[in-house]
Design a protein around this ligand. Sequence first.
Ligand code: NAD
Length: 344
Amino acid sequence: MAELNGALIGCGFFAINQMHAWQDVPGARIVAICDRDPERLRIVGDQFGIERRYSDAAAMFADGGFDFVDIATTVQSHRALVEMAAAHKVPAICQKPFAKTLDDAKSMVKTCAEAGVPLMVHENFRWQTPIQEVKKVLEAGVIGEPFWARFSFRSGYDVFSGQPYLAEGERFIIEDLGIHTLDIARYIMGDVRQLSARTKRVNPKIKGEDVATMLLDHESGATSIVDVSYASKLSTEPFPETLIELDGTKGSIRLSQGYRLEVTGPEGTTVTDVSPKLLSWASRPWHNIQESVFAIQQHWADSLAAGSETSTSGADNLKTFALVEAAYDSAASGQTVDVEAMLR
Ligand SMILES: NC(=O)c1ccc[n+]([C@@H]2O[C@H](COP(=O)([O-])OP(=O)(O)OC[C@H]3O[C@@H](n4cnc5c(N)ncnc54)[C@H](O)[C@@H]3O)[C@@H](O)[C@H]2O)c1
């Protein structure tokens, strides 16, 4: 396979994981990096031995010499950078949250489609080993048709020390973390017709909401609950595990803390350890997320080489992004929101 050369924009906190993962992905490598902060550029350039360094993305695109771009900046710059990639006909990966608004996200998808440029959102949570295992069991038909589910992420982990900007936004947990949990709910239970949500801010030191409870009506007729919290003080901190309960017509699935997967079907119950691998550069408790970063980037390299659509393409991610917008709308109005209408 010919090697794909990539460029990465945004050498911050999370980009370190992406850079490590690119070193492990056969068929792809990073040849240029960009950050407007010279210190971050130096740290990441030196750590990963990247010679081509830019403080300005426009200058990097003008020089070219890469087959794709990995945009690892925070949301404010996503639209401009994706549009720059499309203008240069460079396939793009964009970190989540995809955009500031659903209208921006729709426009970014349209621009890339018109330019014929593949676009993937770095929505990595569905690529976590335990989530993939739940999906496999469901697709094997062991529990029959799922009619109810709960996707739960409850933690008291201090995310603010690594990502101080999370304490400063008007919006917090749904936009930053719930976006992943909602994506998992869609991935497992299918697209969503309508949604209602309630939010709270428990931690007085932050600006946005740190607790949210969402009720989803899926197109299949199934119902699910997505509940997320960074205000939950538990005896054993579960960060960053997503716990799942799924009831089907023939059985049930329980993904519980400690990566324990319990499947009950007509033949009885099995219990499996679905722990993620601890990659050489990974560290606990982040290893679950770090392994999924490798998996999604491998998927990107494979899809680009094969000319196939990615699982979390820009078009797919609009349906997850709409759930985020719907949740904030519903929490503000107290009303149920028609998600399908938002996507029309
Ligand atoms: N999927 C996950 O599990 C996960 C986890 C953490 C963060 N994230 C996402 O990753 C993104 C980055 O988060 P972070 O914590 O690494 O942020 P960060 O602030 O640490 O890093 C962002 C970097 O981008 C640079 N930058 C911003 N705009 C730029 C521009 N126009 N040109 C060049 N450089 C620019 C900044 O200087 C900074 O170094 C966020 O959108 C966040 O939501 C995802």
